[in-house]
Design a binder for this molecule. Structure first.
Ligand SMILES: C[S@@+](CC[C@H](N)C(=O)[O-])C[C@H]1O[C@@H](n2cnc3c(N)ncnc32)[C@H](O)[C@@H]1O
Length: 309
């Protein structure tokens, strides 16, 4: 199969018009030394099940109502929403609601990890970066695939903690993407504020491949059964998370591990959590306490999706 479009120095797009855009935007200037793959077809996906969630949001709010919530709401509704979301998430964890808690790895005693000291945004906390770093260091994956690059902070964590021959691929939208109506507000903000590759560039890291493609149009087949560590952290609405998860499952090796970010949040993030909890009725999926990370051994996930197909 011929490459549909290839950007210079290993940055790939699935849309030839946007290739020019990426080069003009200077995105490739900071990216070098990449492996070149054939990167190809566009797969169409039906959009399914769009459900309003206003009632669920109100119900979540009511369960955590307090003087403190009201006081924050008087200052700013945004602050109250954050407080409610965090209270509700902590309650679920402590009350054993949602996914069961389990750590993905137990590192050996003398292991060390490396993290960028500067936090460039993107929503992943330092505690979560530590978990991704520990998992990379302990499991030593040979292939890592990330959906949602943003500024490349998590991509950098993978590079800093993996062996030099690990193949790291990260996917994000082309430079001027069409923002679709399904995108939730926080994703719209991230899409417009991203500075792709800024973190790896600042750290002098270049051992990865940047794919520029809408994950809904991304064809995972060239990566089938090859990925040992996957991270789903692109768009967070149900339609995208479901499609990204299904694609990640096909790309995973049986003995691999998949992470999702933003599990457990309420309001606009609730459908993501509900979806993972539904998938968890068919295969093991766990949450990591005091974080928004969920993870699953790839074997069960692959079997669950294969049976559903
Ligand atoms: C939460 S950020 C990723 C953060 C990154 N993992 C980190 O912590 O360093 C989500 C990223 O997904 C990208 N994104 C959103 N919708 C996407 C889509 N449909 N296809 C590919 N990438 C998408 C956004 O542009 C944004 O850069």
């Amino acid at each position: 199969m011929p490459p549909l479009a290839v950007l210079q120095q290993g940055v790939f797009s699935c849309d030839a018009n946007r290739v020019t855009g990426a080069v003009q935007a200077g995105l490739t200037s900071s990216l070098h030394d990449f492996t070149i793959h054939n990167y190809v077809p566009i797969r169409s996906l039906a959009l399914r099940n769009r459900k309003p969630m206003k009632l669920a949001e109100i119900a979540d709010g009511l369960t955590c109502l307090s003087i403190k919530t009201l006081s924050l709401a008087l200052q700013s509704p945004g602050l109250a929403r954050r407080y409610l979301s965090s209270c509700s998430k902590t309650y679920d964890e402590l009350a054993g609601k949602g996914l069961p808690s389990r750590s993905p790895v137990t590192p050996i005693e003398n292991a060390t990890i490396a993290l960028p000291a500067y936090h460039s945004g993107g929503g992943m906390s330092f505690a979560e970066l530590v978990i991704l770093a520990r998992t990379t260091k302990t499991r030593k994956p040979k292939t890592i695939f990330e959906m949602g690059t943003y500024n490349g902070l998590t991509t950098a964590v993978f590079m800093l903690n993996s062996a030099p021959d690990t193949v790291i691929t990260t996917l994000d939208l082309p430079p001027s993407p069409q923002i679709v109506s399904e995108n939730i507000s926080s994703d719209k903000e991230l899409i417009s504020s991203r500075e792709l590759a800024s973190v790896p560039k600042a750290l002098g890291l270049s051992r990865y491949t940047q794919l520029l493609c809408d994950s809904m149009q991304f064809d995972p087949s060239p990566f089938e059964n090859s990925v040992e560590l996957g991270l789903v952290d692109a768009a967070h609405d149900l339609i995208h998370v479901r499609s990204d998860t299904e694609k990640m499952a096909t790309m995973m090796k049986e003995d691999g591990i998949v992470f999702w970010h933003d599990y457990g949040g309420k309001g606009i993030l609730r459908p993501l959590a509900s979806y993972l909890e539904k998938v968890a009725s068919k295969c093991p999926i766990y949450r990591i306490p005091e974080t928004s990370l969920a993870w699953a051994p790839a074997k069960g996930l692959k079997t669950a999706f294969a049976q559903a197909a």
